[in-house]
Design a protein around this ligand. Structure first.
Ligand SMILES: [Zn+2]
Length: 300
């Protein structure tokens, strides 16, 4: 039996067989989703909190790229967060240059998406980087081949369709020079259609491309965090964070946090068993967060 506390739903779980990709908690979380929440929490709060314990900070703006529903709803409760989709509303095509989105986001989450966006992947990475605020960050999970080689499956993709032919699907592409290309060596992830694998990254090439797109720092977080149910094996997606400058809360976010902190403090004071409540409040990780940010009085 493996015991862990799911950082998506906050519940304690025990599983007999620990698989990495299938959900290992009834809430729907798997290793890479928990790794993404772990990464997000560390970057924003400086410690790994379960998502239900995140303070509610609506001045932090985030965007998800096809995040799982179970995760997206909780994030939308905590932040000014919008989950987006490639093929339905709210729609977001990362490969399209859109200046109206530039400088708008504190964080963008891209869980197993970068291997599916159309070439050139550089256009997507640059658009994502530009969409972030100067201290914004990109949280990614992506499979990186142990060979550390980037394999772009369809480098000449221009105008294309995936069409059924007999039992399988084929890709028909008209290249930039007008010639036609037909391919049947297609790899789909979790379905067909928009989940065609366009490339397989190597960690080195991904780091180089992120830096070329304007990110200053790329950090892979591939260490196991068993207490959160994050145990990697060879074929699991790797989590990484790509930063412009290191994340720091804006003054309006600190103000929002201060207000929430003081409200919680007043609630604790107003109770009959105030001493007990204060001890409880003082020991909560939420309050410790406040201390880290220099918010609120000493409680013990
Ligand atoms: Zn869970």
């Amino acid at each position: 039996m493996v015991a862990f506390a799911c950082n998506l739903c906050g519940a304690s779980r025990e599983v007999e067989q620990f698989a990495t990709e299938p959900a290992s908690c009834p809430c729907g979380s798997n290793v890479r989703l928990r790794a993404l929440i772990h990464l997000l929490s560390l970057e924003v709060f400086g410690r790994s909190l379960p998502l239900p314990e995140f303070p509610r900070l609506k001045s932090i703006r985030g965007l998800g790229m096809s995040d799982k529903d179970c995760c997206a709803q909780l994030l939308a409760d905590k932040f000014d967060y919008t989950n987006t989709f490639y093929d339905r509303e709210p729609r977001f095509d990362s490969s399209r240059r859109d200046e109206s989105l530039w400088g708008q986001y504190d964080f963008i989450l891209s869980a197993d998406v970068l291997e599916h966006v159309g070439p050139p992947v550089e256009a997507t990475l640059e658009q994502l980087c530009r969409m972030l605020k100067p201290r914004g960050f990109l949280g990614v999970t992506v499979f990186c081949a142990p060979s550390d080689k980037l394999r772009e499956h369809f480098p000449d993709l221009r105008e294309y369709r995936i069409v059924p032919l007999g039992e399988s699907q084929v890709l028909i592409n008209r290249r930039a020079d007008g010639t036609l290309e037909i391919r049947d060596d297609l790899i789909f992830h979790g379905g067909t259609g928009s989940t065609l694998e366009m490339r397989e990254f190597g960690a080195t090439s991904l780091r180089q491309k992120l830096c070329a797109a304007g990110f200053h720092e790329v950090e892979f977080l591939t260490g196991n965090v068993p207490e959160c149910g994050i145990l990697f094996d060879h074929d699991v997606s790797q989590p990484l964070i790509a930063r412009k400058e290191r994340f720091a809360m804006e003054s309006r976010t600190i103000a929002e946090f201060t207000d929430a902190y003081r409200a919680a403090q007043q609630e604790a004071w107003s109770g009959q068993e105030s001493a007990d409540r204060m001890r409880l409040a003082a020991s909560s990780r939420w309050v410790k967060l406040g201390r880290r940010l220099g918010v609120g009085p000493k409680l013990e």
